[in-house]
Design a protein around this ligand. Structure first.
Ligand SMILES: Nc1ncnc2c1ncn2[C@@H]1O[C@H](COP(=O)(O)OP(=O)(O)OP(=O)(O)O)[C@@H](O)[C@H]1O
Length: 576
């Protein structure tokens, strides 16, 4: 928790008030036994009703003060803890947004969700408890012991032996508890993981009739979570009776010792009652410790999980140069690339040039490195060796935002957000006018489809675009890239779900945009219209040239050409 001190800074004032009010409650609780001793010794034993009434009235008055303090303290504790959680959540969200892909791969999505929800809630609860009772319990213990010594050092001596023993035991329980609860949180990650996969892949689960299988997977994850939680709670709950037992023995000792001192006349009955009362207060504070230790262990585990995210270093920005591309020609110079944390060379010594305004098709078998090549251009990953430049400017010397602002990237899987069609297109350029949005939609061949929707551009798209076809989603993603008016357009198999006619219209419309286009495709018919085709195999550029050139120079390209021609013929015969 101490790591999160900076998050508490803005709330120093309300926290101070909450702590002050808590101290008032505590003081009242500590004064009570003292007053009670006075009432017994000077009122009841001397049969003086006025003393009983006088001190009794004071007891009621300060009890009311403690009640009011408790109420206001709760208000401040709730305000501070909720605001504190809100601030951390916001900070983590911003942090995750700035993550490189390498950092993202260290935290599965489900784990990040658990950290941003459940783990932060643990910290919130701990802070709330901290301002309400957590500090109060140890202070009550310390205060009770001090008061006991003030009342009668002879009777209070036993606390000197018992309390250090209890403190050692508590430290041990907390250390073990933290380990147990860290395990609980990681099991919770697993449950969220299975849940997330199932909710996202619900259609697939139904189509493959895998409900039972997924049900078993979920049961396994939740059972494991239950077992870990039970183990953690059991560990803490069984330790607490030991502490209470030690305290009860101490109280018995005070009674036995008190009896001897009362007979000697060295201690009064009211003083024995007061010390026993303080003993009971220590015992009740200790029984609260089972909750406190549980909260602290849990929040310690959660705090370290949240710190893991917050402590990640941001992407290093080497230079801050900004540059506006005027041409858009791309040069790969002996580029090699390996994904962080792996040994497989995904792109090997790649060199090629794309002239400004050209359309280049990238082809190759599955896993040949096409998507990886695309991810290097907006610097989602950094190259291991070699250089990529646009307009003769090395992209690794450019400001990241400035570079990405000039690129329209359409990933392999069309990603849409819940919101209207218009908002989804404008997501690519928040300053785009409605006319520019329509222009982009027209070029992406989706305008007519949108116009046929019930609310046209204002139609709400369901989560992940569930109410759209694959081809419609792809075209919306292309429109989103075009509305940026990019200098470099990257289409990662983004026309695969389109029929030949729509695809060729879309490609023709792209020519009106003054940008360099690189498109990954599996279809010769698509590649045919490109100025140049790059053919990849196992991360190596094995062919480069126009359709006609490659047919003559690349046996692999010729083979793909013939197999696709054959498929087309079979299709035509089948339809006839
Ligand atoms: N995030 C990643 N971490 C590690 N290795 C990866 C990652 N993404 C891809 N790879 C590996 O890099 C290689 C190239 O993958 P890439 O996605 O670039 O191929 P591709 O040609 O686009 O394939 P496809 O046509 O099937 O999409 C593959 O061997 C793949 O296993």
């Amino acid at each position: 928790m101490l790591k999160f001190r900076s998050f508490l800074k803005p709330y120093r004032f309300p926290m101070s008030i909450a702590l002050l009010l808590m101290l008032i409650e505590l003081a009242v609780e500590l004064i009570h036994p003292l007053l009670m001793a006075k009432i017994i010794d000077e009122g009841i034993l001397k049969e003086d009703l006025s003393v009983v009434m006088q001190w009794g009235g004071i007891m009621v008055g300060i009890s009311l003060l403690a009640f009011a303090s408790g109420m206001v303290n709760s208000f401040y504790a709730a305000h501070v803890s909720q605001s504190f959680g809100f601030d951390i959540r916001k900070q983590i969200f911003i942090k995750v947004q700035s993550f490189s892909f390498e950092n993202l791969s260290r935290f599965p999505a489900a784990s990040l969700i658990t950290r941003m929800t459940n783990d932060i809630t643990q910290l919130q609860n701990t802070l709330f408890m901290g301002l309400r009772i957590m500090l109060r319990s140890p202070l009550l213990i310390i205060g009770s012991i001090i008061m006991s010594f003030i009342v009668s050092p002879a009777l209070a001596g036993i606390f000197v032996v018992v309390i250090p023993l209890i403190v050692l035991l508590l430290i041990w329980i907390m250390k073990r508890g933290s380990r147990y609860f860290k395990r609980v949180q990681s099991k919770l990650d697993k449950v969220n993981d299975v849940l997330r996969e199932n909710l996202i892949g619900m259609r697939l689960v139904k189509a493959y009739v895998r409900r039972d299988h997924e049900g078993k997977r979920f049961s396994h994850a939740t059972n494991s979570l239950r077992d870990s939680t039970v183990n953690a709670l059991r560990m803490i709950e069984t330790s607490m009776p030991i502490l209470l037992f030690i305290m009860n023995i101490a109280i018995l000792f005070i009674l036995w010792n008190g009896h001897t001192h009362v007979i000697n006349g060295s201690v009064q009955v009211g003083e024995v009652v007061a010390i026993v009362n303080y003993g009971f207060r220590v015992t009740s504070a200790l029984s609260m410790f089972s909750f406190i230790v549980m909260f602290l262990s849990r929040s310690h585990a959660s705090a370290s999980r949240i710190s893991e995210v917050l402590d990640i270093e941001n992407d290093r920005q080497k230079y801050e140069d900004t540059y506006t591309f005027t041409e858009g020609n791309v040069v790969f110079d002996q580029v090699s690339f390996t994904y962080p944390g792996t040994n497989q060379v995904v792109l090997n010594d790649l060199s090629f040039t794309v002239n400004a305004g050209e359309m280049i098709a990238v082809m190759g078998g599955t896993g040949s490195g096409k998507s990886s090549l695309f991810q290097l251009l907006p610097r989602l990953y950094e190259v291991n060796s070699g250089k990529i430049s646009i307009d003769n400017i090395a992209i690794d010397s450019m400001n990241l935002k400035n570079l990405r602002d000039q690129i329209g990237f359409v990933p392999q899987e069309a990603v849409l957000f819940s919101g209207t069609v218009k908002e989804n297109i404008a997501w690519g350029n928040e300053h785009a006018t409605f006319e520019e949005i329509i222009e982009a939609a027209k070029a992406a061949q989706i305008h007519e489809t949108i116009e046929a929707l019930p609310n046209k551009y204002e139609t709400i798209i369901g989560q992940k675009g569930v109410n759209l076809s694959g081809g419609q989603k792809q075209r919306l993603s292309v429109a989103r890239a075009l509305v940026r008016k990019p200098k470099l357009l990257l289409l990662d198999d983004s026309t695969s779900a389109l029929d030949v006619k729509t695809e060729s219209k879309l490609l023709a419309a792209l020519r009106c945009y003054s940008c360099t286009t690189l498109l990954i495709t599996q279809k010769i018919s698509t590649a045919q219209g490109a100025h140049k085709i790059l053919l990849l195999e196992d991360g190596i550029l094995i062919g480069e040239g126009s359709h006609d050139q490659l047919r003559k120079t690349s046996p692999l390209y010729e083979k793909i050409y013939h197999s696709q021609k054959m498929e087309e013929l079979i299709d035509v015969q089948a339809t006839n």
